[in-house]
Design a protein around this ligand. Structure first.
Ligand SMILES: Nc1ncnc2c1ncn2[C@@H]1O[C@H](COP(=O)(O)OP(=O)(O)O)[C@@H](O)[C@H]1O
Ligand SMILES: [Mg+2]
Length: 771
C-alpha cells in the first residue's frame, strides 16, 4: 500500500560505472533479511564488496519501498555530531529552524515506507547506533541497510557477513569456460580487459588466472588492483611478485584475519609498484574525504618530489591502476578512492610525518575556494560558485575538522565557516553552520577580524532559524566587537540582524527604524549586497506597516541593483517581497509574475525556504482565480516543502493568515476525495517536478478535473473540437444551437489562454494522454 508520504529521492542510488557481477544468492538473502528485520548490517573486510552489494539491493528494492530508497554516505565524515545532518541532506531535508534535526528527520520518516542505505558506518558506530535506533523507533515502516566493517550493536540488528567471490581451486588444469563460471574470474577478466582491451581468459592463461584469483581470496578490491597491472606486467609476473610479497607476510599480525592480511599485502604490493610520484600522490590524496578535482589535487599534493605539472600524469597513473575512480559532474572530472584505498594512503602519509602538513594545505585550498566564492557573491558567478562549493561540502567539513582539532588553527576555521557569509543559508544547512561556528568560537576567543566576522555569520544563522532569545546576546557581542574594531561594515550588519530580531518579536516599527539605519550604513561603506538585502527586508516591513507605495519603490531599487550586477539570490527575495506587497494591496494579478520570476532564480540554488515562500503566493493566487484543484496540488507541494524545512511559516507570521484562508477556500470548493488526492499528488513530487508544476512547464501533467475552471459542458465541447467535429456537428450532437457552441468554444479558448481551434485540439490531446 502506498502511504501518504512522498518519495525519498534526493540521496538517489548512483548509476553503476561497471557491471555488477554475480551475488545472486547474497542479494536474495539480504532482501529476505530485510523482510524480517528492520536493520540489516553488511559486514566484512574492506574491499569485499559490502557497498556494492548494498547498492545493488537498494536499487532493486524500490518496489518494496514506495516512499523510496535513499543512500547516505558516511565515508570521510569525521564528526559523529553530523551523522543526522548528513542523513537529512540525503533525504532532501533542510532544517531551517532551530529544531533538533533528528526530530525533523524522524517526523519526515514516520509515515513513510522507505529504505535507508547507510554506507560506511564503522568509524561512527556509536553515533549510527544512536541515530538509527531513534529513527527505527520513530518510524515503524522504515528499514535500514547499513555497511560496516564491524557490527553496529543496535538491538534487533541482523548482520550479514559478506563473503568474498567464490574462487576455483588453485591447481589442476581448468578450462577457460569452466573458470568463467566463478565470479571472481569474471570480475578479474572484466577489469583486466578495461585496462588491456582484448584481454580474455583462455586455455593459455587459465591456470595462472586460477592461481591468481585464488591467491587473492576472491576479494573484489584485490582483484581490481591486480587487474590494474595487466598492462605493464604479464600475468606470470603479477603472480610471481605477489607470491614473493605474500611469502613475506606470513608471521604478520596475528590479530588480522587472513583476508585482512591478503588485502593489506596487496595494498603494499600495489603501492610498491607505483612510481615515486604516484606513491606520494596516493598518500597525500588521502586528506580528501571524498571526491576532488584536478585543480584541488594540484593545489594540495604538489611538492618538490611531485611538481604541479606532473600531478595530472600521476592522477592518470592511479586511475589506470584502479587506485582512483574517475567520474564526471557538470562537465568536470572528479576523482575518488575507495575508502579502503584511501585509508591505506592515510597510513602512509602519517608514517611519512606529512599528514598535518597536507591537511593544512587541504584546508588552505578550501579557504581559497571559499574566498573566491565570496568574491563572486554579488554577481553573475553567484549561482555557479554556490553550486561548486556545495560539491565541496565534504571537503569543507574536513577542513573545518582540521581547524578544530589542530591547535592554533581555529582562527582560520572561523574565517572558513563564515565565507561566504550566506553559504550555510543558501545551502539549507543552518544547523550545521551554527554547530561549526559555536565550536570554533569557543575554541578561539581571541578578538580579531576573523572572530568578528564569524560572530556576524553566527548571529545571522540564529536569526534565520528564529532562535531570537539565544541570538540577541550574540548580536550584542558582535556589535561590541565591531565597535572596538571600528568596523563600519560589521556595524551595519549588526543593525541589520537586530532589526530582524525585532521582526521576529513582532516589533515592526522598531524593526523599520533599525533597517533604515542599516541600509544607510551598508551604503556608506559601499556594501551594495548588504544594502540590497536590507532594502527588500525594509520593503516587507514598511509594507506591513501600511506604506505599500514606498515598499514597492524599495523592492524596485533592490531588484534594479541586483539585476544590474547579475545577482540571483537577493534579487529573488526582492521579487518575492514585491509579490507579497502586491498581494497585500489586492493587486492579485500582478502578484503572480514576480513570484514566478523569483522561483526561476531560486531553482538552481535549491533554496527550499525561498522557494516555499514564493509557492505560497502562487497557491493563494490559484485559489483566488478559482483554479481549486491546482491550488490543492500546490498546497500539497507546500506541505512537502515546509516539512522538509522543518517548520511552518515561522519566519513570516504575516503570511499565515493568507495560507489558512487559501486552504479553507480550497477545501470548501472541492469534494474531500478530490482535495486529498490533489494534495497527495503535489506532496509526492520531487523538488524539480514541483517547480515544473508550479511554473506550469509540464502541461501533460495537468489535472483533468479542471484547469482555469472549465465547466463540464465546455470540457465536452473541447473534446469534440479535438475529435475534429465542426461547430455545426457539435451542435447537432449536443442538441444545442450553433451559436451556443461558438460561445462555448470562445469562452474555452479564453479561459485556456489559447487563440485557435488547432491549439485547443493539441491541448485536449495532451490532456487525454495525461489521464
Ligand atoms: N559484485 C560485484 N560486481 C562488480 N564489482 C564489484 C562487485 N563487488 C565489489 N565490486 C568492486 O570491488 C570494489 C570493492 O567493493 P566495495 O563494495 O567498495 O567493497 P567494500 O564496501 O566492502 O569495501 C569496488 O570497486 C566494487 O565496485
Ligand atoms: Mg564500502
Amino acid at each position: 500500500m502506498r502511504s501518504n508520504g512522498q518519495p525519498v529521492r534526493d540521496g538517489a542510488i548512483p548509476a553503476d560505472l561497471t557491471a555488477f557481477i554475480g551475488r545472486r544468492a547474497e542479494v536474495a538473502a539480504v532482501k529476505g533479511l530485510l523482510r524480517t528485520s528492520r536493520l540489516v548490517t553488511l559486514t566484512g573486510v574492506g574491499g569485499v564488496g559490502k557497498t556494492r552489494l548494498a547498492l545493488q539491493v537498494g536499487a532493486g528494492a524500490t518496489g518494496a519501498f514506495p516512499d523510496g530508497v535513499a543512500l547516505v554516505e558516511l565515508a570521510g565524515l569525521a564528526d559523529p555530531g553530523l551523522v543526522v545532518e548528513t542523513l537529512a541532506a540525503a533525504l532532501g531535508l533542510q532544517n531551517q529552524r532551530a529544531r533538533v534535526t533528528l526530530d525533523v528527520v524522524a517526523e519526515h520518516l514516520r509515515p513513510r515506507k522507505a529504505l535507508l542505505v547507510v554506507d560506511n558506518c564503522e568509524h561512527l558506530a556509536d553515533a549510527c547506533a544512536q541515530v538509527l535506533g531513534a529513527l527505527l523507533g520513530a518510524a515503524p515502516d522504515l528499514r535500514v541497510l547499513a555497511t560496516s566493517r564491524q557490527v553496529l550493536g543496535i538491538t534487533g540488528e541482523q548482520t550479514f557477513p559478506v563473503p568474498p567471490l567464490p574462487v576455483p581451486a588453485p591447481d589442476g588444469a581448468p578450462d577457460a569456460e569452466e573458470l568463467l563460471r566463478y565470479h571472481s574470474v569474471t570480475l578479474f577478466e572484466q577489469r583486466a580487459a578495461a585496462v588491456l582491451p582484448g584481454f580474455r581468459v583462455t586455455a593459455d592463461n587459465a591456470a595462472d588466472v586460477a592461481r591468481l584469483v585464488h591467491r587473492l581470496d576472491g576479494l573484489p578490491l584485490a582483484l581490481e588492483l591486480a587487474a590494474g597491472r595487466i598492462r605493464s606486467l604479464t600475468l606470470k609476473e603479477i603472480l610471481a611478485r605477489l607470491e614473493d610479497r605474500f611469502a613475506l607476510l606470513t608471521g604478520g599480525s596475528r590479530a588480522a584475519s587472513p583476508r585482512q592480511q591478503t588485502l593489506s599485502g596487496l595494498m603494499d604490493w600495489s603501492y610498491d609498484l607505483c612510481s615515486p610520484r604516484e606513491q606520494a600522490l596516493w598518500a597525500r590524496l588521502s586528506v580528501f574525504p571524498g571526491d576532488f578535482d584536478l585543480e584541488a589535487a594540484e593545489a594540495v599534493c604538489a611538492g618538490a618530489d611531485l611538481p604541479a605539472h606532473a600531478v595530472v600524469d600521476a592522477v592518470h597513473g592511479l586511475v589506470e591502476k584502479s587506485i582512483l575512480n574517475r567520474q564526471e559532474h557538470d562537465g568536470r572530472a572528479r576523482y575518488h578512492a575507495l575508502e579502503t584505498v584511501r585509508a591505506y594512503g592515510k597510513q602512509r602519509l602519517a608514517a611519512s610525518g606529512e599528514l598535518a602538513l597536507h591537511r593544512r594545505r587541504h584546508r588552505d585550498h578550501c579557504l581559497d575556494l571559499a574566498a573566491r566564492a565570496q568574491s563572486h557573491w554579488f554577481g553573475p558567478g553567484q549561482v555557479a560558485w554556490l553550486a561548486r562549493l556545495r560539491r565541496e561540502h565534504a571537503n569543507l567539513r574536513a577542513a573545518l575538522d582540521f581547524c578544530l582539532d589542530t591547535p592554533g588553527e581555529a582562527s582560520a576555521g572561523l574565517t572558513l565557516a563564515s565565507l561566504p557569509h550566506h553559504y550555510w543559508i543558501t545551502h539549507g544547512a543552518l544547523s550545521e553552520g551554527r554547530r561549526w561556528l559555536s565550536r570554533l568560537l569557543a575554541a578561539d576567543q581571541e578578538p580579531g577580524a576573523a572572530r568578528t566576522r564569524a560572530l556576524g555569520t553566527y548571529a545571522y544563522l540564529g536569526i534565520m532559524q528564529g532562535a531570537v532569545a539565544e541570538t540577541v546576546p550574540v548580536i550584542a557581542e558582535y556589535e561590541r566587537a565591531a565597535e572596538e574594531a571600528r568596523d563600519a561594515s560589521a556595524l551595519a550588519w549588526s543593525r541589520h540582524h537586530r532589526a530582524m530580531a525585532a521582526v521576529f518579536s513582532g516589533e515592526l516599527t522598531r524593526a523599520a527604524q533599525l533597517l533604515e539605519d542599516a541600509v544607510r550604513r551598508h551604503r556608506a561603506v559601499d556594501d551594495l549586497a548588504g544594502a540590497a538585502e536590507c532594502g527588500f527586508k525594509l520593503a516587507v516591513v514598511v509594507g506591513l506597516l501600511g506604506d505599500t507605495d514606498r515598499a514597492l519603490e524599495l523592492c524596485r531599487e533592490s531588484q534594479d541593483v541586483t539585476a544590474a550586477h547579475g545577482e540571483s539570490w537577493i534579487r529573488a527575495d526582492a521579487l518575492f517581497a514585491e509579490s507579497l506587497i502586491r498581494w497585500q494591496r489586492g493587486e492579485r494579478a500582478r502578484a503572480d509574475a514576480p513570484a514566478r520570476e523569483a522561483l526561476r532564480l531560486l531553482r538552481p540554488l535549491t533554496d527550499r525556504w525561498g522557494i516555499a515562500l514564493c509557492v505560497e503566493v502562487v497557491a493563494w493566487n490559484a485559489a483566488a482565480d478559482g483554479a481549486m484543484e491546482r491550488a490543492a496540488r500546490l498546497l500539497g507541494i507546500l506541505r512537502r516543502l515546509w516539512e522538509a524545512i522543518g517548520g511552518t511559516l515561522f519566519a513570516a507570521p504575516f503570511m499565515t493568515e493568507s495560507h489558512r484562508r487559501c486552504e479553507t477556500d480550497v477545501r470548501r470548493a472541492l469534494p474531500e476525495r478530490v482535495y486529498e488526492r490533489a494534495v497527495r499528488r503535489g506532496a509526492g513530487l520531487t523538488l524539480d517536478e514541483a517547480l515544473a508544476y508550479v511554473l506550469e512547464e509540464s502541461p501533460a501533467d495537468e489535472e483533468p478535473y479542471e484547469r482555469a475552471g472549465l465547466t463540464r459542458r465546455e470540457r465536452e465541447v473541447a473534446g469534440l473540437v479535438a475529435a475534429g467535429l465542426s461547430n455545426k456537428e457539435i451542435a447537432a450532437r449536443l442538441l444545442i444551437t450553433r451559436r451556443t457552441v461558438e460561445s462555448h468554444v470562445g469562452r474555452t479558448l479564453a479561459k485556456l489562454g489559447l487563440t485557435s481551434r488547432s491549439q485547443l485540439t493539441a491541448w485536449a490531446h495532451r490532456r487525454r494522454s495525461a489521464d
